[in-house]
Ligand binder design. Structure first.
Ligand code: PLP
Length: 287
């Protein structure tokens, strides 16, 4: 567990970006973020004091707001809050900053916003030894974003109860994490991560128009791949291709890249060398 104290900034059009005590309540029990999970968030990795992929995170925050018909977040204010929270936090190797914007107190139409920095957990073991994953059917077709945009698949909303339930199901199945699949048999994403497969000299990830989040870490992993001469591909990936892939990873902010060492109870080889290079690249990102 972390020993340093989180740093909180409240964000509002009225007051701007104001430091606040993280141990004091700031959100109303009437806030739609609390009562309906109606809002959006981002979680940004901070390594050696530098926020990683900050601009892609802010752009995705704005995109999520559009998908939920929320007011446009003032990205300058949120950017300022993120940087100020990092600056004010104890100097530790790995932090994360979470930005949140809810629809606000019912009837006011005024969103509630904040950003806080907190020390990240220790993921060294997962990054080197890997994790056990299970596939779970999300119960939606891979074209859900086109057929039913009101389901908000692909938006980063505060309604993560389903994602947490999937992780508890993984635990019941003696696993650490989940790969969601579509009801029509395609690979989607994890509850908090994107999936990457290696096929020979190509890294493949599910196409992001399939109701999944366009990952900032996945984009960085593709930059890394290009830098070492690997090809990359966004694809519609049938579930059977997970078993035949040369290696698998879940990639996300904060935990970064973790290899999958077992899928649905079947042990798999991890690509330890490529994983180590990927992790070094991700942790070394300067922006
Ligand atoms: N997919 C989902 C559902 C997520 O919640 C996340 C991150 O939390 C990701 C993918 C990975 O996104 P990123 O790499 O930008 O953290």
């Amino acid at each position: 567990m972390s020993s340093s104290r989180p740093v909180l900034f409240l964000v509002s059009a009225e007051a701007g970006c104001v430091r606040a005590d993280p141990d004091t309540p700031h959100v109303s029990v009437m806030d739609l973020g609390v009562t309906r999970g109606d809002g959006i968030f981002e979680t940004i990795s901070v390594c050696d004091g530098r926020a990683q992929a900050l601009e892609p995170h802010l752009a995705r925050f704005a995109r999520s707001a559009r998908l939920l018909d929320l007011p446009e977040p003032d990205l300058d204010l949120y950017r300022r809050a993120v940087l100020a929270a990092i600056e004010a936090h104890d100097d530790v190797a790995e932090l994360y900053v979470k930005t949140v914007m809810t629809r606000g107190i019912e009837g006011t139409g005024v969103p509630t916003g904040w950003a806080y920095a907190a020390e990240a957990g220790d993921f060294a073991r997962a990054r080197t030894e890997g994790i056990r994953a299970v596939t779970l059917d999300r119960g939606l077709r891979h074209d859900v974003a086109q057929t039913s945009p009101w389901l908000l698949q692909g938006a980063k909303t505060l309604s993560y109860a389903v994602n947490r339930a999937a992780l508890r199901e993984a635990e019941r199945r003696d696993a650490d994490d989940v790969i969601f699949t579509s009801s029509d048999g395609y690979v989607l994403e994890g509850p908090t991560a994107n999936v990457i497969l290696r096929r020979g000299d190509t890294l493949v990830t599910p196409r992001t128009d399939q109701g999944i989040l366009a990952g900032t870490t996945q984009a960085s992993v593709f930059d890394f791949a290009h830098s070492i001469g690997l090809a990359t591909e966004y694809a519609v990936v049938p579930v059977a291709e997970l078993a035949s892939a040369d290696a698998l990873w879940l990639v996300s902010s904060v935990r970064q890249a973790v290899p999958i060492n077992s899928l649905d109870g079947v042990e798999r080889e991890i690509d330890a060398e490529l994983s180590a290079r990927m992790t070094a690249y991700l942790l070394g990102r300067r922006e």
